[in-house]
Design a protein around this ligand. Sequence first.
Ligand code: UT7
Length: 327
Amino acid sequence: MPQIKTARGPEFSRIVSVAGHRGSRVVDNEEMCTYIDSSDEWIRQRTGIVERRWAAEEETPLAMAVSAGSKAIGRAGIRPEQIGTLIISTVSHFQQTPSLAVHVARELGLNDPAAWDISAACAGFCYAVGQADAIVRSGLSEHVLVIGVEKLSELTDLKDRGTAFLFADGAGAVVIGPSDEPAIGPTVWGSDGEQASVIDVASWEANAAHPKITMDGRSVFKWATTHIAEKTKEALAAAGLTAGDLDVFIPHQANNRITDSMLRHLGLPDSVVVSRDITHMGNSSAASVPLAMEALLESGEATSGQTALTIGFGAGLVYAGQVVRLP
Ligand code: UT7
């Protein structure tokens, strides 16, 4: 029997850089209340959102992904040709095939990369980090570019007072490459298709226009504050750490009340910096974790080399999280 040679890579991978692009239009709660029967007070109390960012017409998912991706490559100090794999997480690319990733790869000037999209909604960024970690460590690519990008304003039903105030537009990108020391913990991930109908976007064929998101908010809230809070604990334990070892907590920016509940569940010390990026951004699904990471680093609330716990969760229902060293 001939022996099959297998790929071998470095022992560890790390997030080398992070960058984002936020939709340029600021939509405050006052404007939101011209679309739905609600109030600034209700939206703030129930979610923590003061304003959200929506993209202008020319800020397409392609344009926002290219903007975030090129910044991440520049910050990593590598050339675009050194990216061997591009993974894009999005639910905002309205074409079954080709993927958004091949278009982004062309615009970024990547050289013959493996490129594909994944559909894992608000968990998509953390799913892709898990994939990228495995790809680097197995030697399939030296550097992987991961981009979460959404233009949820196009998927939002502005007549639905149960969802319209939540969603936002943006892109967040990281470059993942080899590391001399452990810097990405095991990804804890999963799904529950029994709850597929809880957050839904109707099939394209049923709609001439873009389909819109529908959501049973209470069910998602309950699942996130119980099951996902527990999975977040598992991601910490999988990395061999305890709450006292953490510097930063970056949960998917779905609702500050969900974050508060997770904090109680995890018992994180007060010294842990917690992302509240949703306050001025809204929920940008696959882009929310990397955008929150970039914001904490840019504001100086968090610093490079610190230990952060991330968790994404959403439509599927799906979830994924891991402990990472901040770039
Ligand atoms: O990123 C993907 C994952 N998504 C999430 O994690 C979202 C999770 N869910 C949530 O964040 C929350 O469920 C929402 C923010 C969407 C809703 O908050 P809630 O506290 O669960 O509200 P509710 O649906 O239980 O409604 C409470 C009350 C109801 O009135 P009554 O029946 O108590 O009189 C609603 O009719 O609030 C009313 N209500 C509103 N009032 C003012 C519902 N929507 C609005 C509104 N403005 N926009």
